[in-house]
Design a protein around this ligand. Structure first.
Ligand SMILES: [Zn+2]
Length: 357
């Protein structure tokens, strides 16, 4: 198949009429045209939808005005669907709405003024603040796209498909659904996915921008017999999602690049940068503040769920015991800055003095 030139031939049905016409839909260099006895029409990309309900014998391409092209050309319809999806992903990475343009403009001005006003001395804390200001302007839809890129990248580099079957994953999914319901995060629909970590990732979990929590088979196996510990880890990851730590980390780590690619709609570069950054998430190098924040969130959520607040502490203990036997090549779940002992004592102090939270 010629990637630059896709042509699907079939019959065109017009709503409210009984007859049909021979017609052909072509995608040539990103432009869609419809040829029929009535002549040639130019269609916009979002005016064309592949109907998933079509059979494998006759596929249906639905046009925005209700006309339907039925075609037996399975292979080309699949190729067309693939191209349209890619185009849609590209478009969603592009900001075109006026309000967003205005916000971007204000942002550029804010960054410029901040640089001048804050000077060199205040730069490191100012960078964190600026990164967070950029993240504030990224809506949930775009965060989800960045998260999708991150997961795809993780899947092609260091994660393997899960070795566990549905029944083995089920207890974790049930716990996760309960916690998500109690957490009631606005604008986010967290989901739990399983992957095999292998020697490099081991027992690990990470929260991606957009709400995907990736847990490795190894971590589930380690905690499967301790429901509160498992709930503790899941609640901790929900804490990262609630505070948007993943996205904030990406922008903190690489503020100039991420902002530039984001402002200039350079989705390819943005994707490449996200691909590099996702390893930081896997190594759980969130930094002390984010980890302690997520621990405190986990504790509060466990208590709201009527679970033992010791869950997270037990999970940390189990992880640190299992880590002692692993090689230095492993990206430890516990590789994060605050040492485990410090995190445990922080959690214990929160349990003892809930008002400090
Ligand atoms: Zn964490």
């Amino acid at each position: 198949l010629n990637a630059e030139h896709l042509r699907c031939c079939g019959r065109l049905y017009i709503p409210g009429r009984h007859d049909s016409y021979l017609a052909a839909l072509s995608l040539i260099n990103g432009v869609i045209t419809l040829d029929s006895a009535a002549g040639q029409e130019l269609l916009s990309l979002d005016a064309v939808r592949i109907d998933p309900a079509g059979t494998s014998l006759l596929r249906r391409i639905v046009l925005q005005d209700g006309r339907i092209l039925e075609t037996p050309d399975n292979e080309r319809v699949d190729a067309l669907a693939h191209r349209l999806n890619r185009q849609a992903l590209r478009q969603s990475l592009r900001l075109s709405h006026w309000a967003e343009r205005w916000r971007r403009l204000t942002l550029v001005a804010t960054i410029a003024i901040s640089f001048i006003a804050l000077g060199i001395v205040a730069l490191p804390p100012a960078m964190g603040w600026m990164a967070d200001s950029v993240v504030e302007m990224i809506g949930p839809d775009r965060e989800a796209v960045i998260g999708q890129i991150a997961l795809t990248e993780a899947d092609t580099t260091f994660l393997q498909p899960s070795w566990l079957d549905q029944a083995q994953q089920e207890p974790a999914h049930r716990l996760f659904t309960d916690l998500v319901q109690i957490a009631a995060l606005p604008d986010t629909h967290p989901r739990l996915v399983f992957r095999h970590g292998g020697p490099k990732i081991g027992a690990n979990a990470m929260a991606l921008p957009g709400g995907s929590v990736v847990m490795t088979d190894e971590l589930l196996t380690l905690l499967i017999h301790d429901e509160d510990a498992l709930a503790g880890v899941l609640a901790h990851e929900l804490g990262h999602i609630d505070r948007r730590h993943g996205l904030r980390l990406f922008f903190r780590t690489s503020l100039p690049d991420m902002t530039e690619y984001w402002l200039n709609h350079n989705d390819r570069q943005l994707g490449l940068r996200v691909a590099e950054l996702v390893e930081i998430l896997a190594a759980n190098a969130h930094g002390q503040r984010f980890e302690l924040e997520a621990d405190a969130y986990s504790l509060a959520l466990l208590q709201r769920a009527g679970r033992s607040p010791d869950g997270m502490i037990r999970a940390l203990n189990k992880l640190s015991m299992s880590d002692q036997g692993s090689s230095s090549q492993t990206m430890h779940y516990l590789q994060s800055h605050p040492p485990t002992a410090e995190r445990i004592s922080h959690l214990q102090s929160l349990v003892a003095h809930p008002r400090d939270r």
